[in-house]
Design a protein around this ligand. Structure first.
Ligand SMILES: [Zn+2]
Length: 211
């Protein structure tokens, strides 16, 4: 039984994200996901940030490179259908494959602040599942994550300011159809976001070096 109404591309996203997961981490991560322990804080171009409640609150960052320009063009041609169906028809992937492209990233990178040495840890596993659910519910969020560019600007700007700035930023984000999942809770969240953005920068550097 599926954990949510999945699409072929969200299934592929889960397979990609979990392919290196050890069985025990996978099982615990699925439990964490089912228990609603994941709070996706933001989905922006190339980066997802989430907090996961375990024995403590851990910070998960997931990164992937944006669509290559050739893919953007094909997606743009089919954008109406994609948005109306709220998924990517398989023909879109087929057309991309014929050009050596894909809707799925070649690799995803992730990090977590927990002490577990295994990667992905159960927190990353749970976050991958939670994001698959989010993507299945709203294909636009996947477009945002993969940096899709069109006239409808789905860009989500980085937050790097103080609390007031963040709140203003968050409310403007909501107005412009972007995707924040948790209200600003407290000073702790501000600290968490700062820390996550540092973790994220390091990951992006690594990801680029590996290309
Ligand atoms: Zn972890």
């Amino acid at each position: 039984m599926p954990l949510y109404d999945s699409s072929w591309y969200t299934d592929a996203w889960v397979r990609l994200g979990l392919r290196r997961a050890k069985r025990e981490r996978k099982e615990r991560g699925i439990d964490y996901y089912k228990e609603g322990r994941v709070n996706v804080v933001s989905i922006a171009e190339g980066e997802i940030r989430a907090t996961v409640r375990g024995s403590s609150r851990y910070l998960v960052t997931i990164r992937a490179l944006p669509f290559p320009p050739g893919a953007n063009r094909i997606i743009l041609e089919k954008l109406n259908v994609i948005l109306n169906l709220n998924t990517f028809p398989e023909e879109v992937e087929l057309e991309l494959r014929l050009k050596g492209l894909s809707l799925l990233p070649e690799k995803i990178d992730y990090d977590c602040t927990c002490p577990d040495n295994a990667r992905p840890c159960k927190h990353v596993v749970a976050t991958i599942l939670e994001t698959a659910k989010i993507f299945a519910r709203d294909v636009r969020k996947y477009l945002v994550f993969r940096g899709f560019k069109s006239e409808n600007n789905f860009d989500v700007k980085e937050y790097l300011g103080d609390r007031e700035e963040m709140e203003n930023h968050f409310s403007s984000l909501v107005k412009t159809m972007t995707f924040m999942y948790s209200p600003v809770e407290d000073e702790e969240l501000v600290r968490i976001l700062r820390k996550m953005s540092k973790v994220g920068d390091t990951l992006l550097k690594k990801l680029k070096q590996n290309l």
